[in-house]
Design a protein around this ligand. Structure first.
Ligand SMILES: Cc1ncc(COP(=O)(O)O)c(C=O)c1O
Length: 270
């Protein structure tokens, strides 16, 4: 087995990416989803994600894990955060993943307004400001932090200031930035930050996670357009007994906990 693993090509894609041997080895166990050790690991992972986002439960933030890839995580937020009646999403797009969010809004019948830019162009803060001014029915705004296909980093703090000036809920897809660049979720005024297990924290694929401001999370109750991607119900389940509602990716979570510890160790030596 050692030989096969070391023969694998190095992956230089944003994810899945090459993981350390110790991360792979952490998966060589079979824990039941109701096993107390597994439940404790989930708890540790959720806490570690808050620490990575430089927030805490005491400050009013929650970390929720969701089975599936990053798209499932973003879709769980979009389809749970927007109210069924009166929800209106501003999608700020300058790449493929922004386009995907607009598609999600369409699939779920969510009213949307789109601000679209070229892949090498930053979104205009003036456009965002005037769009929010002229469309008071907009309730939420979403932007991708790093558009992975081009690598452009959008100015999430400045966008957050405009979004909050208008009192809207702020969603950030931080799939290929979270863990690689420091992101203080409270300072950036982010209500929902989404990322996944197999990107910058260097775990293996299998789940996504959201770090959510508590009032914004409470506002999700009853909004879900799907049973499995119901973010509020997922959080409620994790809070009630520490368990997932449906089979969790146990091996992936064990690997992720190892990856989180290695991420923390790397940070402490730089
Ligand atoms: C910025 C961004 N958002 C969303 C996704 C979708 O994630 P997944 O392919 O894990 O569903 C990706 C994937 O690379 C991404 O880079």
């Amino acid at each position: 087995m050692e030989t096969t693993l070391t023969k694998d090509k190095l992956l230089f894609t944003p994810g899945p990416l090459t993981t350390s041997m110790t991360v792979k080895q952490a998966m060589l166990r079979d824990l039941g989803s109701r096993d107390i050790e597994f439940i404790n690991t989930v708890k540790q992972v959720r806490n570690a994600l808050l620490v990575m986002g430089e927030v805490s439960q005491a400050q009013g933030y929650e970390a929720v894990l969701m089975q599936g890839s990053g798209t499932f995580g973003v879709e769980s937020v979009i389809s749970s955060a927007l109210p069924k009646v009166g929800g209106h999403l501003l999608v700020i797009i300058n790449g493929a993943y922004g386009d995907r969010i607009a598609k999600m809004a369409d699939v779920h019948g969510i009213t949307k307004t789109v601000l679209k830019y070229a892949e090498d162009e930053y979104p205009s803060l003036e456009d965002i400001d005037s769009t929010l001014e002229q469309n008071p029915s907009i309730t939420h705004a979403v932007v991708v932090h790093c558009e992975t296909t081009s690598g452009i980093f959008n100015p999430i703090k400045a966008i957050g200031e405009v979004v909050k000036k208008h009192g809207k809920t702020y969603i950030v897809d931080a799939m290929s930035s979270f863990g690689a660049v420091p992101t203080n979720i409270a300072d950036n005024q982010i209500d929902f930050l989404v990322s996944s297990s197999n990107k910058c924290i260097e775990g293996v694929p299998g789940f996504s996670f959201s770090i959510i401001q508590k009032d914004a999370l409470n506002a999700c109750k009853g909004n879900a357009r799907s049973l499995s991607l119901d973010l509020y119900a997922q959080w409620e389940g994790l809070e009630q007994n520490g368990q997932f509602r449906f089979t969790p990716p146990t091996h992936t979570i064990l690997a992720f906990w190892q990856a989180v510890q290695e991420h923390t160790d790397r940070k402490s030596v730089v």
